[in-house]
Ligand binder design. Structure first.
Ligand code: IYR
Length: 235
């Protein structure tokens, strides 16, 4: 393990506050307009499986990862790491390993209930998008940190933190005009070796990222979203 691969949370500094540097305050009407506009934008987000091979500049991905890194996290430990894979040979390795896992999954490991839940999505064990899409962003959750003096540093709310960061990454990529697919081959341990990540990091998800192909489709089933009444209550 090289030193650079070690997350090294420093000894906790003393509490100190600074004035909120960029406070904003919108009038109600403007807030509502912004909220509506954002909802309209997010209605255009779809998980797709048909990607165009068209390259996407690395700087776009870098900025979206920086946005994801602004997610809140337990004790501000920021327990995430993003490996952006654009190299064709590494993407091929990931595809081959993922398809081997997926084959076992679809051949029965998943169980009948899970397979019937997936039927309306039309998924199977072939994952060509893992090679076609220009970027695979492999997200790792840091199970614990390692300090400069090689002591284990506990992280908090790891799944919540990484989940929020992943949501922000998906949103940032979408707002940049890119399509994504959350892909979770099961198990995913092979990603540590392929991506060169240390043992204290657990693969969380592959975010397949790129432009949608001209003929991209989405499962009809995936576009049925619950109403506000179904997902929210106000009291
Ligand atoms: N990992 C598999 C199976 C899969 C599971 C769920 I839950 C999905 O919403 C979609 C797929 C695959 O990627 O095919």
């Amino acid at each position: 393990m090289s030193d650079t691969s070690l997350a090294a949370p420093q000894a906790a500094p003393e509490y100190e506050a600074i004035p909120l540097p960029d406070r904003r305050h919108f009038a109600d009407a403007e807030m509502l307009e912004r909220a509506r506009n954002f909802f309209e934008e997010m209605k255009l987000r779809h998980s797709i499986r048909d990607f165009a091979p068209e390259p996407v500049p690395r700087a776009v991905i870098e900025n979206c990862i920086l946005a994801a890194g602004r997610a809140p996290s337990g004790a501000n430990r920021q327990p995430w790491h993003f490996v952006a894979v654009g190299d064709a040979a590494i993407k091929k390795q990931i595809r081959e390993a993922a398809e081997a896992e997926e084959k076992a999954f679809y051949d029965g490991k998943a169980g009948d209930d899970w397979l019937s839940a997936l039927a309306p999505l039309g998924t199977d064990d072939t994952k060509p998008f893992l090679e076609i899409a220009p970027w695979l962003i492999v997200i790792f959750a840091e199970r614990y940190g390692i300090s400069a003096d090689r002591k284990i540093v506990k992280n908090y709310y790891i799944n919540e933190s990484v989940g929020i960061a992943t949501g922000m990454l998906i949103t940032a990529l979408h707002c940049a005009g890119l399509a994504t697919l959350t892909h979770t081959p099961n198990p995913m341990r092979f990603l540590n070796e392929i991506c060169g990540r240390p043992e204290n990091e657990k693969p969380y998800m592959i975010l397949v990222t790129g432009q949608a192909a001209d003929n991209a489709t989405v499962p009809k089933h995936a576009k049925v979203k619950k109403s506000l009444e179904e997902i929210a209550s106000f009291r």
